[in-house]
Design a protein around this ligand. Structure first.
Ligand code: KIV
Ligand code: ZN
Length: 385
C-alpha cells in the first residue's frame, strides 16, 4: 500500500525569515487559510517568542485553522516553550517544534557545551513541551553535519521523552542526496524506538540540493517533508513545496503520496510572491513563467506533434496557464505555422516557407516575436488579409 508523506509548510516561519518577507498578522492568517486549502498537513505559523507580533499571528492562526496542525517554533529554552504553548492554546491540533544544535560546530561555537550537556537539554526541552501539547516535534539543528552515532543517541533520548516527530535538518544545505538518505537510513536502523516517531526532512538549498535531499530522505523512510512555497527561506532557501510534491506525484513507483491539491500550486506561488515581494525566477520548476514554455525549433516541433515529447507534467495539473510556444530566432516553421493558425491565418507549406524568411529577419532583431509582429508579417505577405 502506498504511504503518505506529510507536508509541513514553513513558509510562515523559515520563509518569512527572508529579509523583506516579513508579514503582518492579517497577511499571515490569509496565507495560512490558503495553505490549509492547499492541503498541507502542518503549518509552521511562526516563532512565538521572537516578537509580540509573531505571538499574535500564531494565536490568530491557531484560532482559525481547523484541519491542519498548527506548529510554533521554540529553542530548547523554558521561556520559549511556555510562550509557544500559550500561543497555541486555541489550536485544534497544536504542535510545539523545539530543538537544539547537535553538530560539533553548534555545540562548541554556539553553546560552549559538551555532547552530553546538549543531549540533556534536548530531553529537557521535549519534557517541558509535553506539559503543553501531546504533539512535540524535536529538531536536531545542523543534523546534516552531526556525527551519526551521536545523532542516533539524541534521537532515541528525545523519543523516549515523548517526541512524536524527529526533524533531521540539513541546516546548512551541506549534504549530498546519498549522504542525507544514508543518515535517515542510519537512524531507521540504529534508533531502537524510531518507529514511535515520524522522521522529518528539513533541507536547505545552499548547494541547490534541498529537493533532491528531501526526496532521498523520504525514500530512506522519512514520512514528513518540511518545505516552503517557491522554496523561500534562509540564504538560498528551503526545499520547495511544489517540487517535492510533484516529484512524488510523477514517480508513483516510489509508493509515496501527499494530499496536496496540485492545481492550487501556481495560484498560491503567485500569491506568496506578491505578498512577500519576491519574484519567482522564470526557470523555476513547476511555477516559473517558463516552466511550460517551448522556444527552440526542435522542441516546438516535437511538442506540437505530441506534448509528451517535451512535457512530463500537464500544466493544468499544477494550475499553470498552459503551455506556450514562444517565437524567437531559434524557432522553426511548425511553431510559426502553429502561431499563425492560432491567430486565424491559414497558410500552406509554401506560404510558410516564404513567411519564415521574413520572420527570421524580424526575430534576429528582437528577443521575442509578439502577436503584433505576426499580424504585420501576414499583412506584408498578403495585403488583402
Ligand atoms: O534549518 C533549521 O535547522 C531550522 C530549524 C529551526 C528547524 O530551521
Ligand atoms: Zn531551516
Amino acid at each position: 500500500m502506498d504511504q503518505k508523506v506529510f507536508i509541513f509548510d514553513t513558509t510562515l516561519r523559515d520563509g518569512e525569515q527572508v529579509p523583506g518577507c516579513k508579514l503582518n498578522t492579517k497577511e499571515k492568517l490569509e496565507l495560512a487559510l490558503k495553505l490549509e486549502a492547499l492541503g498541507v498537513d502542518i503549518i509552521e505559523a511562526g516563532f512565538p517568542i521572537s516578537s509580540p507580533g509573531d505571538f499574535e499571528s500564531v494565536t490568530q492562526i491557531s484560532k482559525h485553522i481547523k484541519n491542519a496542525t498548527v506548529c510554533g517554533l521554540s529553542r530548547a529554552v523554558q521561556k520559549d516553550i511556555e510562550v509557544a504553548g500559550a500561543s497555541l492554546k486555541y489550536a485544534a491540533r497544536p504542535r510545539i517544534h523545539t530543538g537544539i544544535g547537535t553538530s560539533d560546530y553548534h555545540i562548541k561555537a554556539k553553546f560552549n557545551a559538551t555532547r552530553e550537556e546538549i543531549l540533556q537539554r534536548a530531553v529537557q526541552a521535549v519534557t517541558w513541551a509535553k506539559n503543553f501539547v501531546d504533539d512535540v516535534e524535536f529538531y536536531a539543528e545542523d543534523a546534516g553535519r552531526t556525527d551519526n552515532e551521536y545523532l542516533a543517541q539524541v534521537i532515541e533520548a528525545v523519543i523516549r521523552a515523548g517526541a512524536t516527530v524527529v526533524n533531521i535538518p540539513d541546516t546548512t544545505g551541506y549534504c549530498l542526496p546519498h549522504q542525507y538518505g544514508e543518515k535517515i537510513a542510519f537512524l531507521k536502523n540504529n534508533v531502537p524506538n524510531i518507529d514511535k516517531a515520524i522522521i522529518s526532512c528539513h533541507c536547505h538549498n545552499d548547494l541547490g540540493l534541498a529537493t533532491a535531499n528531501s526526496i532521498a530522505g523520504a525514500i530512506a523512510g522519512a514520512r514528513q517533508i518540511e518545505c516552503t512555497i517557491n522554496g523561500l527561506g534562509e540564504r538560498a532557501g528551503n526545499t520547495s513545496l511544489e517540487e517535492v510534491v510533484m516529484v512524488l506525484k510523477q514517480h508513483k513507483h516510489l509508493g509515496l503520496y501527499t494530499d496536496i491539491n496540485t492545481p492550487m500550486l501556481n495560484p498560491i506561488s503567485r500569491e506568496v510572491s506578491d505578498v512577500m515581494r519576491v519574484p519567482v525566477q522564470v526557470n523555476k520548476a513547476i511555477v516559473g513563467a517558463n516552466a511550460f514554455s517551448h522556444s527552440s525549433g526542435i522542441h516546438q516541433d516535437g511538442f506540437l506533434k505530441d506534448s509528451l515529447t517535451y512535457e512530463i507534467i500537464n500544466p493544468e495539473e499544477v494550475g499553470a496557464e498552459g503551455s506556450r510556444i514562444v517565437l524567437t530566432a531559434r524557432s522553426g516553421r511548425s511553431a510559426l505555422a502553429h502561431r499563425f493558425h492560432k491567430l486565424g491565418y491559414e497558410f500552406n507549406r509554401n506560404d510558410i516557407d516564404v513567411l519564415y524568411e521574413s520572420f527570421l529577419q524580424v526575430a534576429d532583431r528582437k528577443k521575442e516575436i509578439e502577436e503584433e509582429d505576426l499580424h504585420q508579417l501576414a499583412k506584408a505577405y498578403k495585403p488583402e488579409l
